[in-house]
Design a protein around this ligand. Structure first.
Ligand code: GLU
Length: 453
């Protein structure tokens, strides 16, 4: 069977056997289509049915999460943990609490996580979980009761050498704390079963910063290959969670000027540069909307989502040299990339998971816009989670500088591996192809070694 036919067959059976999972098909299609040259060179992946196997999670757990709201009413949500692939290590990946969560979303994230984790060079398999619970507008007590109920079931499926969840959208230090406490109450064990923990109880320095810092280190590596630097570059950033905040912080550290951020309600354009202190205050302390930012900084522009130009994300309409989509999936489409291109943007680095649509990626390739794909560019978060696991296992505590310097070299290694792999397969500089092939190869070869499992 030709390679194209093989890929087509697997795509078709995936869509038929698991209907209604658009984001998952998008993630699978992107990986499989870039594997063509590898599959051509190595018939063993077809022989051992690797594609058929890799698109099916080893296990997916779906459960009811019941909790009582402040009014005394019983509320119900759906909880998920998809344990996708454990060929190279225990399942590892975040938990997302957001109303848009469904099985297809968790599967797309879990599938991406397999290759991202592989690229880090660390021994971690791929998994993801979450719930359609919406933390927005909930009280402290409601968040706590939800997290405890969620962990009551999740605790049966995780373990230090089995599956180690972490945060993602809607899950930060506070939620990890409530879940960790509940796990301990249920099992009686103080174990590193979650990462992103508080610094007083097993967390790692620099974990909060890691995804954002890593994404900027990755951009730095891309630019360095062209003899360029971040110095003096104007950057647009979307999002205002920990990825966006620490992307903005590191951009300043390296001499760039970040001018935008956004949340689910609107975006801020601050031409003289985003004020990091205000942003942290609003998002990390007060947990408020970005409209507050414009109240404090009268020279900043706030555009609510309803006022974005039709079919576009207003963040990508702002002139910039480099763009860091750091909010969520499919937030940068064909119209957005055309806007960015017209305004002179030369590089897109993905802090979020799958933020660019396939059409936008295709446009970048055609128009030679440099592209740092999510699996490589945002792998610093999960890599630092593994550093947290290492510290927990050896009962050690590393300094901020130690963790940050490990993160920096991990990002460099991921860039080099992706770059060299793109060269090996005849498309030098195509980091999407390089990252997918390199991430896949390690997992697939491990699956072959481990037999029919
Ligand atoms: N949610 C993050 C990601 O998408 C981090 C996962 C982790 O630290 O396990 O990679």
């Amino acid at each position: 069977m030709s390679v194209q036919k093989y890929i087509h067959k697997v795509m078709k059976s995936t869509m038929e056997s698991t209907p209604g999972q658009a984001e998952f098909y998008q993630a699978v299609e992107e990986v499989l289509s870039t594997l063509e040259p590898l599959l051509q060179a190595e018939p063993k992946y077809d022989k051992y049915n690797i594609l058929e196997r890799i698109v099916i999670p080893e296990r997916q757990i779906l459960f009811r999460v019941v909790w009582m709201d402040d009014a005394g009413k019983i509320q119900t949500n759906i909880g998920y943990r998809v344990q996708f692939n454990s060929a190279i290590g225990p399942y590892k990946g975040g938990l997302r609490f957001h109303p848009s969560v469904n099985l297809g979303i968790i599967k797309f994230l879990g599938f991406e996580q397999i290759f991202k984790n592989s690229l880090t060079g660390l021994p971690i398999g791929g998994g993801k979980g979450g719930s359609n619970f919406d933390p927005k507008g909930k009280s402290e007590g409601e968040i706590m009761r939800f997290c405890q109920s969620f962990m009551t079931e999740l605790s049966k499926h995780i373990g230090e050498t089995k599956d180690v969840p972490a945060g993602d959208i809607g899950v930060g230090g506070r939620e990890i704390g409530y879940m960790f406490g509940e796990y301990k109450r249920i099992t009686g064990n103080f174990e590193g079963i979650l990462t992103g923990k508080g610094l007083n109880w097993g967390g790692s320095l620099a974990r909060t910063e890691a995804t954002g810092f890593g994404s900027v280190y990755f951009a730095e590596n891309i630019l360095a290959k062209r003899g360029d630097t971040l110095e003096g570059k104007v950057a647009t950033v979307s999002g205002s969670g920990n990825v966006a905040i620490y992307t903005i912080q590191k951009l300043y550290d390296l001499g760039a000027k970040p001018v935008t951020c956004s949340d689910s309600r609107g975006m801020i354009y601050h031409e003289k540069g985003i004020d990091l202190h205000t942003l942290k205050l609003i998002k990390e302390v007060e947990r408020k909307g970005l409209d507050e930012y414009a109240q404090i900084h009268k020279d900043a522009v706030y555009i609510p989502v309803g006022k974005y130009p039709e079919g576009t994300n207003a963040v990508w309409g702002v002139p910039c040299d480099i763009a860091f989509p750091s909010a969520t999936q499919n937030e940068l489409n064909f119209a957005d990339i055309k806007n960015l291109h017209k305004n002179g943007c030369i590089l897109v680095t993905e802090g979020a998971n799958m933020p660019s649509t396939p059409e936008a990626i295709h446009y970048m390739m055609e128009n030679k816009i440099m592209y740092g794909p999510a699996k490589a560019a945002n792998a610093g978060g999960v890599a630092t989670s593994q550093l947290e696991m290492s510290q927990n296992a050896s009962m050690a505590t590393w300094s901020f500088a130690e963790v940050d310097s490990k993160l920096n070299s991990i990002m460099k290694n991921i860039f080099n591996l992706s770059y060299e792999t793109s060269k090996e397969f005849g498309d030098e500089g195509n980091l999407m192809m390089g990252a997918n092939i390199a991430g896949f190869r390690k997992v697939a070869d491990s699956m072959i070694d481990q037999g029919a499992v």
